[in-house]
Design a protein around this ligand. Sequence first.
Ligand code: ZN
Length: 472
Amino acid sequence: VLIRGAELEGHGGLDVRVHGDRIAAIGAGLDRDPGEPVLEARGAALLPGLHDHHLHLFALAAAGTSLRCGPPQVRDRAQLVAALREAARGAPPGWLRGIGYHESVAGPPARELLDALLPDRPLRVQHRSGALWALNSAGIAALGLDAGIDAPGVERDPAGRATGRLYRLDGWLRERLDSRAFPALDAVSERLARCGVTGVTDATATNARCEWGALSAAVERRELRQRLLVMGSPELPESAQPRLRRGPLKLLLDERELPAPESLQDAIAAAHRTGRTVALHCTTRAELVVATAALGAAGARAGDRLEHASVAPPDLVEQIAQLGLTVVTQPGFLYERGDAYAREVEPRDQPWLYRARGFLEAGVPLGAGTDAPFGEPDPWQAMRAAVERRSAAGLELAPPERLTPEQALALFTTPADDPGGRPRRLQPGGPADLCLLDRPWARARRVLVRECVRATLCAGELVWCRDDWRVE
Ligand SMILES: [Zn+2]
């Protein structure tokens, strides 16, 4: 493919030849090879394809067939009851699956609440944090949780009866409910391609051999067209495929039950001994304190990551900088959840919420992900939020943390294995992972919407091209 008349890094009138999975040449007035397809860029910006540094592919694919149980679609108890009954009417008998629940809808999620909402069929509802599933009594009975079946993470009352809350049991649930069934990834892949995404990092902590097998098959079959870096458990094998790579060991911290410092330290050291870096999930101030202390004690390595670092006061930012840790943030949450943050996050933590500029100024390498399906799988929305720092209702959140559009773009153009490193550049011999816009960057930077994306090439293949625009 010859992309003609594109703007690269502010320089207009450039042609880019893609051959195989590489960029073969960049220059002005390249001659068209016989039969070579041409994309006329007409002055539009050609960017390195975006990399979403933190999302969850199978959960995202499953979300497409799940009922939304939280804001903005469902805001109160009456709306939730209506949504559940409506979904139950239309669905075949069996489990109903809801996602995105938040306490603001109808209080803490638990058995009694779900029984009152929908008593007559098994129901599971995921909290929007992704940390827990709540089940009604029919669901508890279907799983046998009050009949001898147990797992670490099944919460019980003092009498031993299941409360309906299952913490971090996604893999266990999948095994019991729809065993072999990993959802197909083609629709997710196309949705990402429409946003110019050519690579993703799956940050699911429970990724083990089974998930690896399913992800690797999806890459092999070209069901997932993007390059893929997979985080997960210690048992993940090394990859033999060029488009699939093993990423850091993912360690979850949960404020409800923080691990003993030594055990976390041991897990980090064990990962380092096998040549893997680690990625620690920390969304609260307390989790971040524990994470940095454990990394400090175990000895941090270049490439060790903090996922979210949602509340980062100055003393912790300084420690993060000293340890040389990379932060992978989710600016999209400022827009999507900002109204709840403004109400619920302690005033003393408000200035340190999903920081961006503060990290960059302290010299902390910073990358970003959407955390889809917990956030919208749209890096452009996240970039816009990083620039504007406004909630959906228009509230400003820690405005001094604003980034420029160029800094926001860089959060998504850094290498998969170095989310806070130097943004990738398009150069001859380099991989042809490309995002072609429909306008010059000077105009795109003012709006930062996915509608600017005109075509997406993953490893040299045109995986998405806007309908009204064809390869000539
Ligand atoms: Zn996540």
